[in-house]
Design a protein around this ligand. Structure first.
Ligand SMILES: Cc1cc2nc3c(=O)[nH]c(=O)nc-3n(C[C@H](O)[C@H](O)[C@H](O)COP(=O)(O)O)c2cc1C
Length: 393
């Protein structure tokens, strides 16, 4: 594989950090400002990022109204396919990955939308196949509750196969990304995904995940090297470590405590209403959309005896963000790649435009200086970018 490390830009225009939208220099209504979004994506393209990735939910996050009005939700953004089609017209090389749900769309709709995007962008499309997360999404489709975890993965298996079959005649169609971390999620990802996303986790856990996905891919008869493992990596970088920490502290101070608590409820499925911060985490009262994340938080809470307050502080610390000088960030990236824990990263930006700007100005040149990042795109189309010739090969 190329010594160059692939990076994807995780595009949440209001910023990945829950208080990022409150940053004094964050533009208002960033998510529906096409000029702003296009400028960010062109910055990523000029920096030779492999792709931009647009997340999506099929509804609002399932949180109380008083919390909802204090966050910038993914639904404050453009719908992924129309956005990516517009971006295709104002970019030339960067890959365009969008999210569509296997629980609430149909295979023919997804196959057609992404085949169309692939053709009109000159072979740059990717589909992030998600099974969706919460009951609010289900209610948008006439259901009272989200499909159970096993049911939605069973549906996803057949759904993805149908989409892939329809792309087969156009050998080397859009790439497929998947981010499941549960047993069923890993089974699906290792069987069908070209790109595998996961949350930002410490090195040992990321390496274990990568090893598991590669072993499962081999058991499916695939070349394990044909799966690109690209964990999320929120980056806050400044010329010095102290400046980066100061910049992050300033944004953390903008985090509303109700939002932090709701975030913890969301990830754990636990009802924390009325509990003191010194209490330990009660068992979940609801199945959470993300089993992997839920299990991970409970494991950590048990292992380290963490209280609700400790967990809120942990979550407000930016969910695995790397905060430091350019050398710190480049060290982190190289360490994960050289240990075989990741092939590259899905870089998220805690607030925009500053965090993205800083990655492009400070981290990319440092990686180039170390001979680990390209200065020119290689090949044409998203498959060539990732060194993936045909689906699953
Ligand atoms: C980097 C990353 C991006 C994701 N983007 C989305 C998204 O846009 N929409 C969505 O519904 N879920 C998204 N997810 C959630 C996954 O699709 C999946 O539901 C989650 O990882 C839980 O999988 P599990 O139930 O197998 O643990 C994302 C997860 C990660 C790690």
């Amino acid at each position: 594989m190329s010594r160059f490390i692939p990076l994807i830009g995780f595009l949440k225009p209001a910023g990945e950090y829950p208080a990022g939208w409150r940053h004094p220099r964050a533009p208002r209504a960033a998510g529906v400002d096409f000029r702003f979004v296009a400028a960010q994506v062109r910055r990523l393209e000029a920096a030779r990022f492999h792709a931009v990735f647009v997340p999506d939910l099929a509804g609002l996050p399932d949180v109380r109204d008083d919390v909802l009005e204090r966050v910038a939700v993914v639904n404050d953004t453009f719908e992924p396919i129309t956005l990516l089609a517009a971006l295709a017209a104002v970019t030339t090389d960067i890959g365009l990955i969008g999210t569509a749900s296997t629980s609430y769309s149909t295979p023919d709709a997804v196959a057609r939308d992404f085949a169309s995007l692939h053709r009109l962008s000159g072979g740059r499309a990717g589909w992030n196949a998600v099974t969706s997360l919460n009951d609010a999404e289900a209610r948008n489709f006439g259901l009272d509750a989200h499909l159970g975890h096993a049911d939605r993965y069973a549906r996803a298996e057949g759904f993805v196969d149908a989409v892939r079959r329809s792309w087969e005649p156009d050998d080397g169609g859009p790439v497929i990304a998947q981010a499941g971390s549960s047993e069923a999620g890993r089974a699906l990802a290792s069987r069908v995904a070209d790109l595998v996303f996961l949350r930002a986790l410490p090195l040992a856990e990321t390496a274990a995940f990568a090893g598991d996905i590669r072993a499962r891919a081999a058991a499916e008869g695939r070349d394990p090297a044909s799966v690109r493992i690209l964990p999320e990596l929120p980056i806050i970088v400044r010329p010095t470590r102290a400046e980066a920490e100061d910049a992050f502290d300033a944004v953390r101070s903008l985090l509303d405590s109700a939002v932090a608590l709701a975030d913890l409820e969301y990830w754990t499925g636990a009802d924390l209403a009325g509990l003191p911060l010194g209490a330990s985490l009660p068992p979940p009262s609801a199945e959470n959309g993300s089993r992997g994340a839920q299990a991970e938080i409970y494991r950590q809470a048990r292992r380290d005896g963490l209280t609700i307050g400790d967990l809120v502080r942990l979550i407000s610390a930016g969910d695995g963000a790397v905060v430091g000088a350019p050398g710190d960030v480049a060290d982190h990236i190289e360490q994960f790649v050289d240990a075989g824990a990741a092939d590259g990263f899905t870089v998220s930006f805690p607030w925009l435009p500053e965090a993205l700007d800083a990655v492009v100005k400070l981290v990319v040149p440092e990686l180039v200086r170390r001979g680990r990042f390209r200065t020119e795109y290689e090949g044409a189309g998203i498959r060539a970018r990732f060194g993936l010739q045909r689906p699953g090969v």
